[in-house]
Design a protein around this ligand. Structure first.
Ligand SMILES: C[S@@+](CC[C@H](N)C(=O)[O-])C[C@H]1O[C@@H](n2cnc3c(N)ncnc32)[C@H](O)[C@@H]1O
Length: 218
């Protein structure tokens, strides 16, 4: 899979490339390319945004700047899905992640300040995705959230089996995961459920399924 991220802050992504799951799939299952709108802007002095028509606070990412950035990489128009990260988009769920993870190529657009000129979302993007009903200062964190969630669905991202029984997975009927415990078996009088120490895999599986269903019904 190839994921292209367009941003005003490409260096913000550096730490991510050194950590799992990205580090595990980069150069193999995943190629990550970072593009700065400033490198291809047709405006002087690296300008990428402008004041909003109609007045008001903040600066708006310009449509001609984003079009130039896309053209520089893809020519006329990109064939892959182009996703705008915006609080006004479709909520990001595990189902959306699974859907996007099947794409061979994906483009993510982030913005800052007041956000995108609406024509970017309407005419240059195929999708608009929100990571939640709150407003962040820029699209870099949302792009990283999407990148991480998609990368962990790629082969080799996780150690064997660790992605199968996670919250929202089919294995858990779309519900949330059961609780986990590790050593010590008792701490400050807080104990681990006996069944997990029993060595009886059938009972453990049944207990986990019941806890998952119980938590998901809340
Ligand atoms: C300050 S926000 C703009 C908010 C916009 N004026 C609004 O009220 O909907 C700047 C940029 O951060 C990103 N962003 C902020 N919150 C986000 C969220 N919940 N999901 C996805 N992107 C977000 C988007 O790229 C957005 O254009």
């Amino acid at each position: 899979m190839q994921i292209d991220v367009f941003t005003q802050v490409p260096h913000a992504f550096a730490w991510m490339t050194e950590q799992r799951p990205l580090a595990a799939v980069l150069g193999a299952e995943l190629e990550l390319r970072l593009f700065n709108y400033r490198d291809t802007t047709p405006l002087r002095s690296g300008q990428v945004d402008d004041q909003p028509y109609g007045g008001g606070a903040g600066m708006v990412l310009r449509v001609d700047v984003v079009a130039a950035a896309l053209e520089a990489v893809y020519g006329d128009s990109p064939e892959q899905r182009v996703v705008a990260l915006t609080p006004q988009g479709r909520p990001l769920t595990q189902a959306v992640v699974e859907e996007l993870a099947t794409e061979p190529r994906l483009t993510l657009l982030s913005s800052r300040f007041e956000g995108f000129d609406e024509r970017i979302v309407t005419h240059l993007c195929s999708d608009a995705v929100s990571i939640g009903p709150y407003v962040l200062s820029g699209g870099e964190l949302p792009a990283m959230v999407l990148l991480d969630a998609v990368a962990r669905r790629l082969p080799g991202a996780l150690s064997d089996g660790s992605g199968e029984h996670e919250s929202f997975s089919d294995a858990l009927e779309g519900g949330i995961e059961y609780p986990h415990y590790t050593r010590p078996p008792e701490f400050r009088g807080w104990t681990v459920p006996d069944v997990l120490l029993s060595g009886d895999h059938g009972r453990v599986a049944e207990w986990r399924r019941d806890r998952s269903r119980e938590r998901s019904a809340r």
